[in-house]
Design a binder for this molecule. Structure first.
Ligand code: FAD
Length: 461
């Protein structure tokens, strides 16, 4: 038994303790598993759900590039985890998972109090997602900006505005050119969407607020290793995005690797040096390292290898979302479900059913899902995609993209806030406010931190 409940006298009672499902990660996969479990469990008191995540909110990543352009307020694309859980026996815990002991069935987390806490479990869900992969490219970690977290989008926005501010008063033509050159690495969904949104934003604010910066002075590069943009879509959709971005001033470099990133330049292809002070890296993701460190079987990329039922190599331990390799039933040996939010949400529903089935001693079912389509926004009221097998592009695709993601936003609250943000941007346009928020924790942390003590959470013997 992994844990028991603490009685009033402090003794542990195994008889009445509920089955504890611990979900690690509060992204699309984790929160949807918790919510689907809540729906399935209803008033049952024999199962409790603990959701542990580093942030106390769920980030709606498809709208992240619009935070960067300032179309959306950062707080409007996140939803508090606590607001998404409703059962009395569900808990959201804000803490960073440090270690997973599969033999002892205990997870060790670092809380905001600086202490380590140990949480026992009966069923465990690994939904830790992925992080930006740098593939060992020199200088990326130090000098490039990612597009994966809210801090990334916020940081990129500030960087771009900083460059426009500096360029307005810069006398040195070489430095000025570097400040006004923006390089996006990676031509997949997030790269293309970020490039489109960024160009749209710079175009709007430059004309209105930075009169000393000429139309042709701002340069954009989109650098992709493969031979086309948007490899997730049919090739003519990638070609459409290519044409649109080129028409808006981007130089799209295909079959071109990024070799090195430095503070004031980037080296691409066979050694072409592009002077720039802003490189945005969206070239790839890798699963959260904790997944492999936990001891579950992983593929060579580090994703948990699971059966179609989403069970890992360890009984009672499941994995879903970007950190899992889930085989497609039509071709189980070869292909896995793609790491998308759309898949993660569907996987979560089946996983919740399987967890309850396992607790009740019923048979688990494989995950099966056919995607309804893919849509991407490339800024300037233009989109591209395939929906139910039909290719769409231009304004209609952009409307469909907005409509779909608006409908997928959790709760009326976020839908209203995002809808109002969109409306206000149409009426008042974009603005170049640069909020320089210092990291309060690092400023306070200079007093030196004590070694964190370890605490057992109630019921985690
Ligand atoms: C810019 C961008 C745009 C995208 N657009 C789309 C789109 O249009 N459509 C689509 O389908 N997909 C899109 N995606 C992909 C989509 O975001 C992912 O597939 C999805 O988020 C995967 O969900 P997940 O729950 O597996 O991982 P995540 O959403 O990444 O969640 C993982 C969670 O685990 C937490 N975590 C990680 N490590 C720890 C730790 N040690 N301790 C505690 N918590 C931890 C993280 O904080 C996070 O909350 C986009 C992604 C990006 C970056």
């Amino acid at each position: 038994m992994a844990h028991g409940t603490i009685c009033h006298d402090g003794a542990v009672s195994e008889a009445r303790r509920p089955h504890r499902v611990v979900i690690l990660g509060g992204g699309f996969a984790g929160i949807e598993t918790a919510r689907a479990l809540e729906r399935r469990l209803g008033r049952r008191t024999d199962v409790e759900v603990w959701l542990v995540s580093a942030d106390n909110f769920m980030l709606f990543t498809p709208l992240l590039p619009e935070v960067c352009s300032g179309v959306l307020e950062p707080r409007h694309v996140v939803t508090p985890l606590r607001a998404m859980l409703h059962r009395a026996s569900s808990w959201a815990i804000t803490a960073e998972v440090q270690a997973i002991d599969l033999d002892a069935q205990v997870v060790t987390v670092l809380g905001g109090d600086g202490d380590l806490h140990r949480i026992g479990y009966d069923s465990l869900v690994l939904a830790l997602g992925a992080e930006t992969a740098t593939f060992g490219i020199r200088g990326i970690e130090e000098h490039a900006v990612g597009m994966k977290t809210l801090a990334d989008a916020f940081g990129l926005r500030n960087r771009v505005i900083e460059m426009l501010e500096r360029a307005e008063i810069e006398d040195d033509p070489g430095e000025r050119q570097a400040q006004l050159t923006f390089v996006v690495g990676g031509g997949g969904f997030s790269g293309v969407e970020t490039a489109g949104e960024l160009e749209d934003f710079i175009h709007r604010v430059r004309k209105r607020y930075y009169p000393k910066i000429g139309d042709r002075e701002v340069r954009g590069y989109l650098v992709e290793l493969k031979d086309r943009l948007l490899p997730e879509m049919p090739s003519d959709m990638g070609a459409y995005a290519h044409r649109k971005l080129t028409g808006r001033g981007y130089q799209v470099l295909l079959d071109t690797p990024i070799k090195e990133v430095a503070e004031d330049h980037v080296v691409v292809g066979d050694g072409q040096m592009i002077p720039t002070r802003t490189v945005i890296w969206t070239g790839g993701i890798r699963p959260a390292p904790l997944v492999g460190e936990s001891g579950v079987e992983v593929d060579k990329g580090g994703r948990a290898l699971v059966r179609a039922t989403m069970e890992t190599s360890r009984p009672g331990v499941f994995a879903i979302g970007d950190c899992a390799w889930i085989p497609r039933p039509d071709d189980p040996g070869e292909r896995a479900y793609a790491p998308t939010a759309q898949n993660a949400v569907r996987e979560a529903k089946q996983l919740a059913a399987n967890i309850v089935a396992r607790i009740d001693g019923r048979e688990l079912r494989p995950f099966r899902y056919e995607t309804i389509g893919t849509l991407a926004s490339i800024g300037a009221y233009t989109g591209v995609g395939v929906v139910f097998g039909i290719k769409v592009r231009g304004l209609i695709a952009w409307f469909m993209w907005r409509g779909y993601y608006w409908l997928r936003l959790p709760g009326v609250n976020r839908k209203v806030r995002v809808g109002v943000d969109w409306l206000l941007t149409v009426i008042f346009g974009a603005d170049p406010v640069q909020l320089k928020v210092e990291d309060v924790h690092s400023a306070l942390g200079s007093t030196g931190r004590r070694r964190p003590p370890i605490r057992d959470e109630p019921g985690s013997s």
